[in-house]
Design a protein around this ligand. Structure first.
Ligand SMILES: Cc1ncc(COP(=O)(O)O)c(C=O)c1O
Length: 387
């Protein structure tokens, strides 16, 4: 059975409490809390008024695919032609098309743990088998020896997410180079989810694994406008990769959704052609919130976490508290701890088990500084009652 998205279900529960008049502080959001920039909204309005409201080519309008190629050249140093690019209904859809195209039933897919919840379910939807690869405890980088050991004749591909949801970790170039060497030597594919690439703090812009020798022909890059331009509701994501894989993905999309929304494509086009300052403002705000939440977390006894340098998440080890008791009852695991935090402290968090790692909690700081202050106070007060 396909599991429901744990992140979406926690948000739904928190919203239901809010509708009952309970003021819940949410650290569970997977989206920026900023409005979509107004010049993007204006472009969409112009598209509607101009009657740009009909089917487009399945893989997206030519101008948008060209703008994506320009972006990949400008920011990632990678040359693609529009035939090597497909626009889909969000990065999630691009990812689904890629997994369905690359993974046959029985194929093994390497999945570093912790992983974003959707990867596992999409592998299952494709009939593939997820093979979990542990990460180094202190850095959350994939354990390179374990990665190599996990490869069998059935291994088809590796899913990499850099910067990572849920850990916020940005992989070092040396780690990427080691992974690339293994993938190349073992003749595997990589799906590289780079959706958070612009949300990095005090580290250089992350390098795509597709830029390493021999990797472009075996990598499908997944990206989109959802996080970078605060456009989660517009549902525009894209993939870039070898032509025959993109063609396979396009055939699938042809019979599933056809093109992504024409109007949203025009909006995404203006986003991708906008000046870098549009993103920079949001990154500055996120960085201030990151520092604030990290300072609070560092204040809590028996909690540890690697410093996140990307995305808008902190993945912290709360196993000491999971092993504790609340009002005389054992807590037991991260799901119960997250439930208690929602019910008793009115703060919403996602339990680590949703990402394949027990004992952890994921904090999203895509919320105001005021909410972070208040939420962290509630967390600390609650934890004082855990014995
Ligand atoms: C790692 C990762 N990839 C992809 C997505 C999905 O992006 P989109 O909203 O464009 O489908 C998310 C959203 O949470 C994500 O965290």
């Amino acid at each position: 059975m396909i599991a429901p998205s744990a992140t979406l279900s926690i948000s739904a529960k928190a919203q239901a409490m809010q509708r009952q008049g309970i003021e819940v502080i949410s650290f569970s959001a997977g989206e920026p809390d900023f409005d979509t920039p107004s010049f993007i909204k204006e472009e969409a309005k112009r598209a509607i008024d101009a009657g740009f409201t009909k089917y487009t080519p399945t893989p997206g309008i030519a101008e948008l695919r060209e703008a994506i190629c320009e972006k990949l050249k400008r920011e990632n140093g990678l040359s693609y032609s529009p035939q090597e690019v497909i626009v889909s209904c969000g990065a999630k859809h691009a990812l689904y098309n890629a997994i369905m195209t690359l993974c046959n039933p029985g194929d093994e897919v390497l999945l570093p743990v912790p992983f974003w919840v959707t990867y596992l379910e999409q592998i299952r939807l494709a009939g593939g088998e997820a093979v979990f690869v542990p990460c180094e405890k202190d850095t959350f980088a994939p354990d390179i020896d374990a990665l190599e050991r996990a490869i069998t004749p059935k291994t088809k591909l590796l899913i990499l997410n850099n910067p990572s949801n849920p850990t916020g970790v940005v992989l070092q170039e040396e780690t990427l180079a080691q992974i690339a060497r293994i993938v190349e030597a073992k003749d595997l594919y990589v799906i590289s989810d780079e959706i958070y690439e612009h949300l990095v703090y005090e580290v250089p812009f992350p390098r795509s694994i597709a830029t390493f020798p021999g990797m472009k022909e075996r990598t499908v890059i997944i990206n989109g406008v959802s996080k970078t331009f605060s456009m989660t509701g517009w549902r525009i994501g894209y993939a870039a990769g070898p032509k025959e894989i993109i063609e396979g993905m396009t055939r699938l999309q042809d019979h599933m959704t056809s093109n992504p929304t024409s109007i949203a494509q025009k909006a995404a086009l203006s986003a991708l052609r906008s000046p870098a300052s549009v993103i920079q403002e949001m990154v500055t705000v996120f960085n201030a919130r990151r520092k604030l939440i990290l300072a609070h977390l560092a204040d809590i006894p028996d909690v540890s976490f690697p410093i996140p340098q990307g995305a808008f998440y902190v993945f912290a080890d709360f196993s000491k508290y999971c092993q504790g008791r609340f009002e005389g009852e054992p807590i037991g695991n991260s799901v119960r701890l997250a439930e208690l935090l929602l019910e008793k402290a009115h703060i919403a968090l996602v339990p680590g088990s949703a990402f394949g790692m027990e004992g952890y909690l994921r904090f999203s700081y895509a919320t105001s500084e005021k909410a972070i202050e208040l939420g962290m106070e509630r967390l600390k007060n609650f934890l004082k009652h855990v014995e």
